[in-house]
Design a protein around this ligand. Structure first.
Ligand SMILES: CC(C)(COP(=O)(O)OP(=O)(O)OC[C@H]1O[C@@H](n2cnc3c(N)ncnc32)[C@H](O)[C@@H]1OP(=O)(O)O)[C@@H](O)C(=O)NCCC(=O)NCCS
Length: 297
């Protein structure tokens, strides 16, 4: 019988192993380059989730051995769910289904839950679809290895946000994204950088960035249009000059995607943004891009 319980600090090394093995094995299975280079990358991720990430972290235990994990991140009326991962030796035994049942019970008070799923992975799609998750947008996972192809010019409309500006950022973000992401933004301001695009002192877009050991995560971003969004990307690339970068951009933002590809970004894979809770969230008219941590989706 599988037991679902809250993750504790002592689970971190084992959860790190499962993240590493689970995600790398599925990437290799479908011919994608694995994103984690060592178990240490998985452990770092597990530690970060435990220390700074989603407020609910669950593990699945079978005969006193942790074999899977998932997370829930409520942010106001809506929330994010994921990652969900099961040790490859224990897959196909209904463990992910049990984890999802438990997580959804804890999300009962939320109007909707978002999740990102790799489009190449039919297993996760079937699992989420059976829990009434519906795809609402295609996300392109873009990466840049090193130098950009064109000269970047500074944009005078962009400045770096400080912790004092958190309320202003929230007042811009909340009506547009529909999420309350203050905790995530505090983390980004403390450990990364948040850039803001202003025109005549009004915010017209922002981008939060986190610099990891292997790459810089560009996003989440919200902007009035693709022009502001592209300026924010160009600014971030100047600041993080020469670093590997990664972002999730909506495929529908064609001008932005083309602009990023001209700068040297390449497509790693296509993800699906899935939502549970009918009509609770749809992509708005604003440009939104996504990071991976701590906001996930
Ligand atoms: C996705 C994942 C968590 C599923 O874990 P699991 O414990 O093997 O899943 P379950 O046994 O609970 O199966 C749940 C459902 O997934 C689907 N599924 C599972 N194995 C499948 C297969 N081989 N083919 C098609 N669908 C499958 C089915 O809908 C299944 O439900 P059912 O058995 O009632 O038909 C696991 O494959 C994994 O860790 N993958 C790597 C990490 C990942 O990609 N996570 C998702 C993105 S965050």
């Amino acid at each position: 019988m599988v037991q679902i319980r809250d993750m504790t600090k002592s689970d971190i090394p084992r959860v790190g192993e499962i993240l590493y093995e689970g995600f790398n094995s599925v990437a290799s299975k479908y011919g994608y380059t694995p994103q984690m280079h060592s178990i240490q990358d998985g452990t770092t991720w597990a530690w970060a989730m435990f220390r700074h990430g989603p407020s609910e972290r669950l593990v699945a235990e079978l005969e006193n051995r942790v074999v899977g994990m998932t997370c829930l991140n409520p942010r106001g009326l809506l929330g994010g769910f994921g990652p969900i991962v099961v040790d490859p030796h224990f897959q196909g035994k209904g463990i992910a289904r049990e984890l999802l049942h438990t997580v959804l019970k804890r999300a009962d008070n939320l109007q909707g839950l978002r999740c990102v799923q790799e489009a190449y992975n039919p297993i996760t799609f079937s699992l989420l679809y059976s829990f009434n998750y519906m795809p609402v947008a295609n996300l392109l996972v873009l990466f840049l290895t090193g130098e950009v192809k064109h000269k970047l010019d500074p944009c005078n409309n962009i400045s770096t946000l400080t912790a004092n500006d958190l309320d202003e950022l929230h007042m811009y973000d909340n009506p547009r994204s529909k999420f309350d992401r203050r905790t995530d933004f505090s983390y980004c301001i403390k450990w990364g950088k948040v850039f803001v695009y202003r025109y005549q002192s009004q915010i017209r877009g922002f981008m939060a960035c986190i610099s990891g050991s292997t790459s810089v995560q560009l996003g989440p971003l919200v902007a009035e249009g693709e022009e502001e969004a592209e300026c924010l990307f160009r600014h971030a690339l100047m600041v993080f000059k020469g670093r590997h970068c990664r972002t999730h951009v909506m495929a529908r933002n064609h001008v932005l995607v083309k602009g990023l590809m001209e700068l040297g970004f390449k497509l790693y894979c296509i993800d699906m943004l899935m939502v549970r809770g009918s009509g609770s969230w749809y992509p708005s008219q604003y440009v939104e891009t996504f990071g991976t941590f701590p906001e996930g989706v």
